[in-house]
Design a protein around this ligand. Structure first.
Ligand SMILES: Cc1ncc(COP(=O)(O)O)c(C=O)c1O
Length: 391
């Protein structure tokens, strides 16, 4: 691809010099982390790991289910979630999603619930899943919330992460904190078991921490205009799903650097979520008469708008739009588009999740993040309208 200095990145990586200083400072100093902001949000048992997938691994290990137990999980997901299930000694059992909110289908869960031992529910794109119905259908089987996308989203007035037995978060997503994962345990029974699993994890070395902080800073720097279109994108060093065939798994304790940056960012993160909700409203308004299917908040939901998917009628139209938008300087993501294929090849998916397959083929995630300027939002909406005429 020829260099494009005006290319708008698909995702927001917001890790600046002040974050780098905060992180290096925390590596060099002795820390007492102040968890009061997190405790005021979650008010439950809080634990940390090096990333989201490790957090899920720890929760699953702590369940102590027999080896080979089946864990229900939406097929429309990142394959690292399946890796965590496999690493814990279990087998992913794929459940379909609903087409109106892209989260786990209570109806498909009902038809498969007999065959599973626990279920992972993903609040995909930050949009809360139908938790009440899901918990009813799951009955006495443990339900785990995957909140990797849903920091601060709410379901029926309650924050996601406190709606099930246990939940986990990924710091590198919405808050762009290098790495980092968090477990919220909403009952005390498994506390010791979780702690026991965490004690088995290694501590990252200072050298690893320093290296990772600099890599995160440079990655974020290159993930902005003009460097994104000039260097990062042509070099292929962009955030995406291009490595799904590779299994990546290394569970460790959290890096102090990641935790300190996350704790700094979370203090005023709600303002950024509000901005992202405003941006999403602007895009929704601009695209309202289009042929695209757009995600809307239902009455039970307060959506953090972490990712904004638009749905096309067919794979052909989605793929053409993705290409044309890039020519118009807008980078978009075909999120999880390779998951069904990879899941068939590696994780034993049998082809019984048609809605997930349809979404993998027809959804496009467009930029809506809080750092975008109003003019950029209008350009994104205008370009999508133009592309609609061309495809
Ligand atoms: C829905 C979902 N859950 C969990 C994860 C894992 O988070 P992490 O990258 O922090 O391990 C990801 C992405 O990587 C994801 O998209």
């Amino acid at each position: 691809m020829k260099p494009k200095p005006s290319l708008i990145p698909r995702f927001n990586l917001d890790y600046g010099l002040n974050d780098l200083f905060c992180s290096i400072n925390s590596i060099l100093k002795k820390n007492n982390f102040d968890l009061s902001v997190l405790e005021s949000i979650f008010n439950k048992n809080i634990f940390f790991t090096n990333n989201g997938r490790s957090a899920l691994y720890v929760i699953l290990k702590a369940l102590n289910l027999p080896k080979g137990s089946k864990i229900g999980v939406p097929l429309y997901s990142c394959t690292v979630v399946f890796d965590a299930i496999v690493e814990a000694g279990y087998v992913p059992y794929f459940i379909d999603i609903e087409l109106d909110n892209y989260t786990l289908s209570p109806c498909d869960l009902e038809s498969k619930v007999e065959g599973i031992d626990a279920v992972v529910v993903i609040h995909t794109f930050g949009y809360p899943a139908e938790m009440d119905t899901i918990k009813k259908v799951a009955s006495n089987k443990p339900v785990i919330e995957d909140c990797a996308h849903s920091l601060l989203s709410r379901y029926k007035g309650k924050i996601t992460g406190v709606l099930s037995f246990a939940s986990f978060f990924s710091f590198k997503k919405y808050t762009s904190t290098g790495e980092g994962g968090m477990i919220i345990l909403n009952e005390d029974k498994s506390k010791e078991q979780i702690q026991k699993e965490l004690n088995l994890l290694n501590m990252p070395s200072k050298v690893e921490e320093i290296y990772s902080s600099f890599v995160t800073y440079i990655h974020s720097f290159l993930y902005h205009k003009p460097w994104f279109g000039l260097l990062a994108f042509p070099m292929g060093s962009y955030v995406g799903n291009s490595n799904l065939n590779k299994r990546k798994f290394k569970a460790t304790k959290i890096k102090k650097s990641d935790l300190s940056v996350f704790l700094k960012k979370i203090t005023d993160f709600e303002k950024k979520v509000e901005q992202q909700r405003k941006n999403t409203k602007i895009l929704t308004e601009e695209l309202k008469d289009s042929s695209l299917i757009i995600l809307h908040e239902s009455k039970d939901v307060w959506w953090n708008c972490y990712l904004f998917p638009i749905q096309f009628e067919s794979k052909n139209r989605r793929d053409k739009a993705h290409k044309l938008l890039r020519e118009m300087d807008i980078d978009t993501a075909k999120l999880y588009s390779t998951t069904p294929r990879v899941a068939k090849k590696i994780y034993g998916y049998k082809g019984d999740c048609p809605n997930s397959e349809k979404c993998a083929e027809t959804l496009l995630v467009i930029p809506n993040y809080y750092t975008l300027k109003y003019q950029e939002l209008l350009k994104i909406a205008k370009s999508i309208r133009k592309v609609e005429e061309l495809i």
